[in-house]
Design a protein around this ligand. Sequence first.
Ligand SMILES: NC(=O)c1ccc[n+]([C@@H]2O[C@H](COP(=O)([O-])OP(=O)(O)OC[C@H]3O[C@@H](n4cnc5c(N)ncnc54)[C@H](O)[C@@H]3O)[C@@H](O)[C@H]2O)c1
Length: 283
Amino acid sequence: MHLQNIGVIGAGTMGNGIAQVCALAGLDVTLLDIADSALQKALATVAKNLDRQVTKGSLSEAQKLAALGKIRTSTDYASLKDVQLVIEAATENLDLKLKVLQQIAAQVSPACVIASNTSSLSITQLAASVSQPERFIGLHFFNPVPVMKLIEVIRGLQTSDATHALALDMAQRLGKTAITAGNRPGFVVNRILVPMINEAIQVLDEGLASAEDIDAGMLLGCNQPIGPLALADLIGLDTLLAIMQAFYDGFNDSKYRPAPLLKEMVAAGYLGRKSGRGFHAYE
Ligand SMILES: NC(=O)c1ccc[n+]([C@@H]2O[C@H](COP(=O)([O-])OP(=O)(O)OC[C@H]3O[C@@H](n4cnc5c(N)ncnc54)[C@H](O)[C@@H]3O)[C@@H](O)[C@H]2O)c1
């Protein structure tokens, strides 16, 4: 199938980035949200991002206008009638996503591939909620989408080889590198990253080193671009706790026990950058 028409559901942080990279790759994008304000904000964000690229000289004014012209917005699921691929990037909530998937499946053709950008929900479970579940797949973009080179492609138990091949083609067309993962909590990247951060919090709690020294250790000793505690503050400690808890529950394995200090910090409202205080202090 030659992909030309795609739908992106949810115009938030991830949805607007996905719409931007797809439009730049020449795809016709229908960006859908329940909130008109989210759509307006998304278009303004994309326009600002493209303007920045024009200023830097990596994009011409004509390319910018062509990309913007590829994105049409809608609040009506009926506008998805002719799309060949839908990427669902709505709010991370199982009940909400199941409802969204029903609305998508009711409009698109049976051949339309349906993908979810979920970070933590089961692709197999989401696939089971649509007809022809073999056309369902996880396409996990990273934030910020226009900058990050990776897409994790997650196969549910039902995903067909043809759907997988289309997802890999799509990633290539967007200029991204794809890795394929099986359907387990956290897939690959978060499965490795989040327990590492949790361990850094445990090391801090045991008094082995200060937060500054733990971050300096991983920065200078492992060439990480940012220390694990500074990264925790950036992601948000409530988000991290939710992910660790999902691993703990999903695997039924004590090795994923959230660090007690992480729970304490969240209970205190010290959530990292967004609250002004986490493992480090912010203005
Ligand atoms: N933020 C990240 O760093 C990140 C990274 C990778 C994956 N994800 C995943 O991407 C998805 C979206 O996350 P986000 O950070 O962009 O969230 P967000 O809160 O920024 O945006 C979600 C959007 O979904 C819209 N929405 C809610 N209900 C809807 C409905 N019924 N129909 C259509 N739109 C609806 C909201 O209005 C909102 O604009 C989630 O599944 C999340 O797990 C997020």
